[in-house]
Design a protein. Sequence first.
Length: 227
Amino acid sequence: MKKLFALVLTGSLAFGIAGQALAGKPVQVFEDPAGDAGNDATGAIPGFEQFGFDLTKGEITKVGKNLEFTVTMAAMPQTGSLPEGARFIWHFNSGGEEYRFTIKSQDIGKPDVIAQQGAERIGRVDTAGHFRLEQCSTDTTLPVTLSQCAAVAYLDGKFDPASKSFTAIVPMTDIKAKTGTLISAGTGAASASCPICWVAHYAERSLTPTTVFDATNQAVVYKVPKK
């Protein structure tokens, strides 16, 4: 968790670019120890991994014209995670542009009470997994800092409790990726406190500071392979 925030730069240099990436073969781009989920500020809470918030690894795989981002947890309930009380966030950079995933096991379709931006679908309800690709900016005009994230696309994906994982399927055109594009850790202001994390959310919005259940960062740069 916290140690990985401090080591993200050295970790990226140590691992370097995943030059052996092959289409259809997953490349692990982050890992996190099991048993550390609960509250990133105060420490692990025993048994908290059973809620589906204890990150262990993340992988990227090229399948046809898509990139599949798969995240594995130490454990996962049959619902995937506790619905509507938390969201998974992954900030990443694709070819120089910043993006973010917001992923939930369920989304009840509340409209954004602050603003509607980008491709946001007001009233959308997802009961089998909610996978949203976003681009973010930081709003500091209010007493709390808000990450304003406009929806770029709604993605196909699935939660798989049997493998304790979920996968977001991203058309490469959505993130302007092609052969040779580098997928690296996000570096924008919105990613500073929660680059890859499970976080509590309120009224369809994560506030900063907020309660982070488990967090890590992407240490390996993924290079999109030819085939």
